[in-house]
Design a protein around this ligand. Structure first.
Ligand code: SAM
Length: 240
């Protein structure tokens, strides 16, 4: 069969995701792992018409089909047949079609999220694992009888990762409480839920002096590993 030409199909986003995640690091590796990760899926013209959501109030969850816009392969680059999923510690490789890695042909991702509210042309959802500004190319209702399979198995990702303990330095917790009050955002729950997924690659064995960080909304979050099985949040402050 003839290989399809790259320009044979074209897609344009139907919506844009607004999420707390300004950096890839520490975003949960799958949806629904951090219920405090709330996002707004805002329809774009010509779909920014409430009619496009007609009936969706009868549905609890949706699939977001999106573009990994920060992981697009450079034009002409050699396609990767095998990738390094973080699940395997970031060291071993698997076939791209055996993983949900963001480095994949056509850079298409899919995430199941919970509908919290429908507001005119915007969907408020929870459990997102998407970077802020991710282009959404389709939204589809979750269909429990077809999308959930009791007998299914996946020996690569058999169960959700075991969470790691998250502690706080007093100053960081006080700062987080204050920012949470000021912003009305679920900052503390989101930090705990994201960090308990242990964002660092599994093969790293950080010394207690090594510092890690990411950004949620406009807030810088820092942490270290006092021991290998525990995270301590040591910095929460507005980005300068
Ligand atoms: N649930 C989706 C799936 O299975 O297709 C995504 C899984 S992928 C392993 C999730 C990771 O993709 C996140 O932890 C984040 O680091 C990264 N990510 C999220 N949004 C992205 C984007 N727009 N561009 C590039 N990487 C993104």
């Amino acid at each position: 069969p003839q290989r399809r030409q790259p320009d044979m199909y074209s897609l344009s986003p139907v919506a844009i995701a607004h999420t707390p995640f300004r950096e890839k690091f520490a975003i949960p590796r799958q949806p629904m792992l951090a219920p405090a990760a709330v996002g707004e899926i805002q329809l774009l013209p010509p779909f920014n018409d409430p009619l496009a959501f007609d009936g969706l109030e009868q549905v609890s969850h949706v699939w977001l089909i999106f573009l990994f816009h920060q992981a697009m392969a450079a034009p002409g680059s050699v396609p990767r047949m095998r990738v390094r999923p973080p699940r395997l510690g970031g060291n071993s490789k698997l076939g791209v079609f055996a993983t949900r890695s963001s480095h994949r042909p056509n850079a298409i991702g899919q995430s199941l999220v919970k509908i919290e509210r429908i507001q005119t042309d915007t969907l408020l959802v929870s459990g997102v694992d998407l970077l802020d500004q991710t282009p959404i190319i389709d939204i589809k209702p979750y269909v429990p009888y077809a999308d959930s399979i009791d007998t299914a198995w996946n020996h690569i990702a058999a169960a959700a990762p075991v969470p790691i303990r998250v502690d706080w330095e007093t100053t960081a917790l006080e700062a987080a409480l204050q920012l949470q009050q000021q912003t009305g955002k679920p900052l503390i729950a989101l930090i705990e839920q994201c960090l308990s997924q242990d964002p660092k690659p599994a093969y790293q064995q950080p010394s207690p002096e090594r510092h890690y960080g990411t950004r949620l909304w406009d807030i810088d979050i820092g942490w270290h590993y006092p021991t290998q099985d525990c995270i301590c949040v040591d910095r929460v402050q507005r980005s300068s």
